[in-house]
Ligand binder design. Structure first.
Ligand code: PHE
Length: 390
C-alpha cells in the first residue's frame, strides 16, 4: 500500500521535539518558533522516552507510528496527511503537563495520545480538559484519569477490574490464602491497584498479612522485604513499574523468598526479563493484550506488521497505542473536520472499534471494557497463560 501513498504523506514522521520551553512561555499569541503543521492533521503523543519508564514511551511511539503510517498509506485523514508530534515526559508529572501544553499550543495538535503511567495522564489530562482538546490514553488504568472530565478517554481496562483479575488468579488458580502487598507509594496506578487487589482478595476469603511500600527510584528494599518475609506469605502482589519490580525480585529471592510474585500491567516491558536475573521465572502479571494469545485477523496483522517494521514482537502497550491512534483517527473521520470539540463528541460514540487488542466500545465513563490476559514469566520472555473476561 505504501506505493499508493500521496507524496505529501512521506514526510509526516518528523517527530516534534519542542524541547524544554516552559509552559508559562506559551501564554499569549506571539509564540516564537510556532510550527503548526498547516497542511496536516496533527496528533500529539506524550510519552516517557527517557528515564526509568522509557520502555513505555518506546512501545507507545512505535505503536502510534505504525498506525499513522498505515493511515497515511491509505490516504490520510480527511484527505490530509496525519502528523504525529512527539514530546518526551521523562516519566515526570510536571514535564507531562508542559509536554501536553507544547503539543497543543506549539504543534497545533487537535488530539492528544498518551500517557502510559496514570499519574502522568492525570497531569496531562488536566491540560487537555482545560483547553478542551480530546485525549486518548492507550494504557492508563487508574479510574481517576477519565474521571477528569469529558475530554479524556482510554482504550484499556481499569484497575478495579485488573485487581480483581489478579486476586482471583491468586486465590482460585494458584490456591493462595496469604498474599502480601508491596506497592509503589506515590503512583496513582500502584496505590489504586493495591486497593483493588486487597478488596477483591479479602472478598474471596484470603488474608493480606502485611502491606509495604517503596518509592519510585528506590534500589534497596531489604527492610520492607524483611517485614514481608517474616509473615511467610505464599505470594507477593507488587503493583508498580518494571524497573523496581526486577530489583525487588532479585533482592527478595536473595533474602530467601520462594513464593510467587504477581504484578499488573506496569511490569510490561522487555527490560523486566532482562534485569530480573531470572528471579521472576514462574511468576505472573496481567496485561491488556498478548500477541502470542491473539486470535483475531487484525491482531495477527498488527503483530506481523509491527515485527516487520521494528524487528521485535509488540507487547500490550504497543498494541494499545496503535488502537488509541485508530480511535482518534476514526473520530476525526466521523467528525468530518479536525475540530477538537467535534472529535471529542465522536470519540464518545466509539463502539465496536475493531482494534489490535480486540473490539473497543467506550462506556459512559469514557473507559473501554475489555478482557485481561495473564502472562507467565520465562527466562527471556513473558508468555500468554490465560484470558479473563470482564
Ligand atoms: N496501567 C499503567 C498505569 O496506569 C501503565 C501501563 C499499562 C504500563 C500497560 C505498562 C503496560 O500507570
Amino acid at each position: 500500500m505504501a506505493n499508493g501513498a500521496p507524496p505529501s504523506t512521506r514526510r509526516t514522521f518528523l517527530a516534534g521535539t519542542a524541547g524544554t520551553l516552559a509552559a508559562s512561555a506559551l501564554a499569549g499569541s506571539s509564540i516564537v518558533g510556532c510550527r503548526k503543521h498547516r497542511d496536516a492533521i496533527t496528533f500529539g503523543l506524550y510519552a516517557a522516552l527517557t528515564g526509568s519508564m522509557a520502555d513505555f514511551g518506546t512501545a507507545s511511539r512505535n505503536g502510534v507510528t505504525l498506525a499513522a503510517e498505515e493511515i497515511n498509506a491509505a490516504g490520510g485523514l480527511l484527505g490530509k496527511p496525519l502528523y504525529i508530534a512527539i514530546e518526551d515526559t521523562r516519566g515526570d508529572s510536571a514535564e507531562a503537563a508542559s509536554a501536553v501544553t507544547r503539543l497543543i499550543h506549539i504543534e497545533g495538535a487537535v488530539g492528544i495520545l498518551g500517557e502510559v503511567a496514570s499519574s502522568l495522564s492525570l497531569a496531562g489530562g488536566r491540560i487537555c480538559q482545560r483547553y478542551r482538546i480530546p485525549m486518548v490514553s492507550p494504557s492508563s488504568t487508574n479510574p481517576a484519569v477519565t474521571a477528569l472530565g469529558d475530554c479524556v478517554f482510554r482504550v484499556c481496562f481499569i484497575d478495579p477490574f485488573q485487581g480483581d483479575v489478579m486476586a482471583r488468579f491468586a486465590r482460585q488458580t494458584l490456591g493462595f490464602s496469604r498474599v502480601a502487598i508491596f506497592k509503589e507509594q506515590g503512583s496513582a496506578y500502584a496505590v489504586g491497584l493495591a486497593d483493588a487487589f486487597r478488596r477483591a482478595f479479602l472478598g474471596l476469603g484470603g488474608t493480606i498479612p502485611t502491606e509495604q511500600a517503596y518509592r519510585s527510584g528506590d534500589t534497596h528494599f531489604s527492610a520492607q522485604l524483611g517485614t514481608i518475609l517474616a509473615q511467610n506469605p505464599e505470594g507477593i502482589f507488587c503493583p508498580g513499574y518494571y524497573t523496581e519490580a526486577a530489583l525487588i525480585a532479585r533482592e527478595a529471592r536473595g533474602q530467601g523468598f520462594r513464593g510467587r510474585f504477581m504484578g499488573g500491567d506496569g511490569w510490561s516491558s522487555p527490560s523486566l526479563v532482562q534485569n530480573d536475573d531470572n528471579q521472576l521465572v514462574g511468576d505472573f502479571y496481567s496485561v491488556g493484550f498478548a500477541p502470542d494469545g491473539a486470535t483475531t485477523d487484525i491482531a495477527r496483522r498488527f503483530a506481523r506488521n509491527f515485527e516487520a517494521k521494528f524487528h521485535y514482537a509488540p507487547n500490550d502497550l504497543a498494541a494499545l497505542a496503535y488502537d488509541a491512534t485508530l480511535a482518534m483517527s476514526q473520530a476525526v473521520t466521523r467528525a468530518g473536520a479536525p475540530i477538537p470539540e467535534r472529535i471529542r463528541a465522536e470519540l464518545a460514540r466509539t463502539r465496536n472499534l475493531d482494534g489490535a487488542t480486540g473490539l473497543i466500545s467506550l462506556n459512559d465513563h469514557r473507559d473501554a471494557v475489555k478482557s485481561a490476559v495473564i502472562l507467565e514469566i520465562h527466562e527471556n520472555s513473558a508468555n500468554y497463560r490465560t484470558t479473563v473476561n470482564p
